[in-house]
Write a protein that binds this ligand. Structure first.
Ligand code: ZN
Length: 159
């Protein structure tokens, strides 16, 4: 939506290259960008030289107009942010926050659950869905989905 040219270096072969990347995204559920964010592969890139797959790191602002939050990936938080901002410093933090916020869940409540599930089930575990009727958070690990009981806004009292 708003592309900028960046220079990247492959961490494996040091090959350097220029590439245009979006620095501002607005949620569009039909877009390829949204699909790649959901699959947690948005930043992934294959080196044209050595074929190693790695993450491209650059500043990104993601905006969800409906849920009214802005998620930002940046080493330094921009000044004078208005509205509801979540600032992350690594791709990992950004994708974790995205997976939670996109389901309309509370970041402060659900992030510790995600991190604890991941320490048990493996680093590749993803949060994939929330079922508000059954009060279940759905995760996926190694291609297998599993549910964990969670009641929105009521987590601490249920522990
Ligand atoms: Zn390479």
């Amino acid at each position: 939506m708003k592309k900028r040219m960046f220079e990247f270096h492959c961490p494996n072969c040091q090959h350097s290259f220029f590439m245009a990347r979006d620095t501002y995204l607005i949620k569009d559920e039909k877009s390829l960008e949204y699909k790649r964010l959901k699959e947690q592969v948005y930043f992934r890139h294959q080196c044209q030289n050595c074929k190693v797959i790695f993450d491209l790191e650059y500043p990104l602002i993601y905006r969800d107009p409906k849920q009214q939050y802005n998620l930002i990936l940046a080493q330094k938080a921009p000044k004078d942010l208005e509205g509801n901002w979540v600032v992350t410093r690594t791709i990992r933090q950004f994708l974790n926050a995205f997976s939670i916020l996109d389901l309309g869940l509370d970041l402060h409540e659900v992030l510790p659950i995600l991190l604890s599930i991941r320490s048990q089930k493996g680093e590749k575990t993803k949060l994939i869905d929330y079922d508000p009727d059954k009060c279940v958070l759905w995760f996926e690990s190694e291609g297998f989905p599993f549910g964990v009981g969670y009641s929105k806004g009521n987590f601490s009292s249920n522990r």
